[in-house]
Design a protein around this ligand. Structure first.
Ligand SMILES: [Zn+2]
Length: 237
């Protein structure tokens, strides 16, 4: 199997996902179908990842980084000019985060990571929307990321609004409607965790690509909850 970006080549990727429109879109992103477009404009084209990181190693890197964060021992890794220039050529994010848009939960800070380390999708309530799923399918199949963390947090306004179940203006309601089903079968003692588990399940149920990767042992999806008062990330097992 031809390997690109540490995981899977274009032809194998097409075979893997079938001949749907997503396959064409993802191939176009990788630069193969763009014709005259300069490859330098497509930052993700690169050879095999020289240092692939499996899901367990990725989880450990996140745990270690969060420990440094809560102990005020941050190393601010991978933020030099040299790193910027290196990842300009190719990116191999070792973990993907589906996190809340909340301003108090910036993934790179709370996990003490730098440029090119995390593929981060943030939306209020860490909702597994179609856009979020598409982004995660991209990083897992094209960039070779083997860990997805669905990261909720304490005092999440989106979860609180879903529990309150009151009419909301504009499109805020879309977010809340995507969270409400999380509480259907629960006493809702811990709504944030329920929402994380619900969204993690939705990622697998609504994405054949992610489900196949899990089956093939190439991907793990884990849930976690960030405590906005202590800075600690607790992984849900
Ligand atoms: Zn939130």
């Amino acid at each position: 199997m031809a390997r690109i970006n540490g995981f899977i080549g274009r032809r194998d990727f097409l075979k893997f996902v079938g001949s749907g429109s997503l396959a064409i879109a993802a191939t176009a992103i990788s630069g193969s179908l763009i014709g005259a477009t300069p490859k330098t404009a497509i930052a993700d084209v690169s050879p095999v990842n020289p240092n692939p990181v499996n899901s367990n190693q990725a989880l450990q890197l996140l745990l270690d980084g969060n420990q440094r964060f809560i102990q005020y021992k941050r190393q601010y890794p991978h933020q030099s000019l040299a790193r910027l220039q290196l990842v300009a050529k190719a990116q191999y994010p070792f973990a993907a985060i589906l996190g809340c848009a909340d301003s108090r939960v910036p993934a790179e800070m709370i996990f003490d990571q730098g440029l090119g380390d995390l593929f981060v999708v943030r939306v209020a309530g860490n909702v597994a929307s179609d856009m979020a799923i598409g982004s995660l399918e991209y990083t897992t199949t094209v960039l070779g990321t083997q860990l997805i963390v669905v990261l909720g947090h304490t005092k999440c306004g989106a979860v609180a609004a879903a529990i309150a179940n009151e009419p909301l203006p504009g499109r805020i309601g879309y977010i809340v409607e995507s969270i409400k089903p999380a509480f259907n079968s629960l006493n809702s003692t811990d709504a944030v965790i329920a929402n994380v588990q619900y969204q993690a399940k939705k990622l697998q149920q609504n994405s054949t690509i992610l489900a196949k990767l899990i089956q093939a042992g190439k991907l793990k999806i884990v849930g976690a909850c960030y405590d906005i008062e202590t800075g600690q990330v607790n992984f849900i097992t």
